[in-house]
Ligand binder design. Structure first.
Ligand code: NAD
Ligand SMILES: O=C(O)C(=O)C[C@@H](O)[C@H](O)[C@H](O)COP(=O)(O)O
Ligand code: ZN
Length: 370
């Protein structure tokens, strides 16, 4: 990919998602005017990138600090957030200062949460370095941490002031982490942009491995298409209130596959990759919709087929049904005892399935665990 593209997110506080190769130099411009101090929150695997960013910012006159956090889900805890607050306090961060989140979705979720809560909200620019972070986590302002009871149960909506997706970062990303991100890309394909599915099916090897796509065109197109879907959805319903206010499915659509996905992550104590759990969750909810008479057999089957083509899991036998059901009841879409699912009534025709029979939910579970 030669030139960078800017995808606007048109919420009430609009910002851009910049997608390109070797674009880190665009970071100071995204931080905006008036920022003096910047904390670069990064995972250990991204130390070199964090240092490059610190040096870049220092060279432009900012006071930049490195704030290393644990890897992956281990960073999404109250203890790690508290350590970050202490560091910001020690460095004297005020409301005119900012954070930069550098890493996968776990780091950008944490950095966003710390930015949302420090002094009740300071600016954050997200620099996602995983496919999943670029196409999903860093965009849209959902921030949060996990608790023992469930996934992302504590958090805030806090939009970034900019998002910088440097596709060059994907070169060092381990293959399973890259493939994990494809689950969210496939999700976007089913809920809104079937061209994504066509592109993947036409060349699954190139889609699953950026090395099989030397010019990077397929990767760039998949990233751009997914970001555009997410940008449009969050611009319409940032705080995910549309569906309960009777105004259409809104942001809940982005939770397609996540009701079971999050229950699996919880049952696995967050040792499963998010995208892998969502992959099983997509197959589960497609089967649920088919059994409920909402989705045709061919489209349901397409979920399993495309995810398997990419090497993503489509079955899960790790936890028993009561454990998974308890996890699904904690989902944020639930209302009291009512478990609610995003389902499809056809390709790119999302809807809601509210309070299905436990027997039906169990039958869908049998199709992924049998
Ligand atoms: N806020 C949202 O809207 C949203 C959306 C989707 C997912 N999420 C969250 O995102 C998280 C998953 O994100 P993820 O899949 O990016 O996982 P992750 O953040 O755990 O990162 C995966 C691994 O990749 C490593 N890594 C990251 N970038 C690298 C690079 N360029 N080179 C080498 N290694 C690198 C990390 O150290 C980590 O071990 C979950 O917590 C999920 O809940 C949030
Ligand atoms: O941005 C959203 O909205 C999403 O639902 C995107 C999901 O891919 C993401 O995993 C999100 O963090 C899940 O949110 P949650 O509200 O179910 O915790
Ligand atoms: Zn997700």
């Amino acid at each position: 990919m030669s030139e960078s593209v800017r995808i606007p997110v048109r919420t009430s506080r609009p910002y851009d998602v910049v997608v390109g190769t070797n674009v880190l130099h665009e970071l100071p411009g995204l931080l905006g005017d008036g920022v003096r101090k910047v904390a670069v929150v990064h995972q250990q695997a991204l130390t070199a990138t964090g240092e490059r960013i610190r040096d870049l910012l220092t060279g432009r006159g900012f006071s930049a600090y490195l704030l290393e956090v644990p890897d992956a889900e281990q960073s999404k805890t109250a203890e790690v957030a508290a350590r970050c607050w202490s560091a910001l306090g020690e460095w004297g961060f005020t409301r005119s200062d900012a954070l930069v989140g550098v890493g996968g979705g776990a780091t950008t979720d944490l950095a966003g949460f710390v930015a949302a809560t420090w002094l009740r909200g300071v600016a954050v620019v997200q620099v996602p370095t995983t496919l999943l972070g670029m196409v999903d986590a860093a965009v849209g302002g959902k921030t949060g941490i996990n608790t023992a009871e469930g996934k992302n149960l504590v958090g805030a909506f806090h939009e970034p002031v900019g998002v910088l997706c440097d596709l060059a970062a994907l070169r060092t990303l381990p293959a399973p982490d890259y493939v994990s991100g494809l689950a969210e890309v496939v999700k976007c394909g089913f809920i809104a942009d079937p061209v994504i599915l066509d592109l993947i099916e036409a060349d699954p090897a190139a889609a699953a491995d950026p090395a099989g796509d030397p010019a990077g065109d397929l990767t760039a197109e998949l990233v751009e298409r997914s970001v555009r879907i997410k940008a449009a959805v969050v611009a319409d319903d940032l705080t995910e209130t549309s569906a309960t206010a009777g105004g259409g499915i809104g942001r809940e659509v982005l939770n397609y596959g996540h009701t079971m996905g999050h229950a699996i992550e919880r049952a696995e104590h967050y040792r499963w990759r998010h995208g892998a759990a969502v992959s099983v969750g997509l197959v589960y909810v497609a089967e649920l919709a088919r059994l409920a008479g909402r989705l045709d057999e061919q489209t349901a089957r397409r979920h399993r087929d495309i995810l398997e083509l990419l090497g993503l899991p489509t079955a899960y036998r790790g936890a028993d049904w009561p454990n998974l059901l308890a996890g699904m009841r904690l989902d944020k879409k639930a209302r009291g005892d009512l478990v609610r699912f995003v389902v499809l009534d056809g390709l790119a025709k999302p809807g809601l399935l509210e309070g299905p029979d436990t027997a039906l939910m169990r039958s869908a579970y049998d199709t992924i665990s049998g």
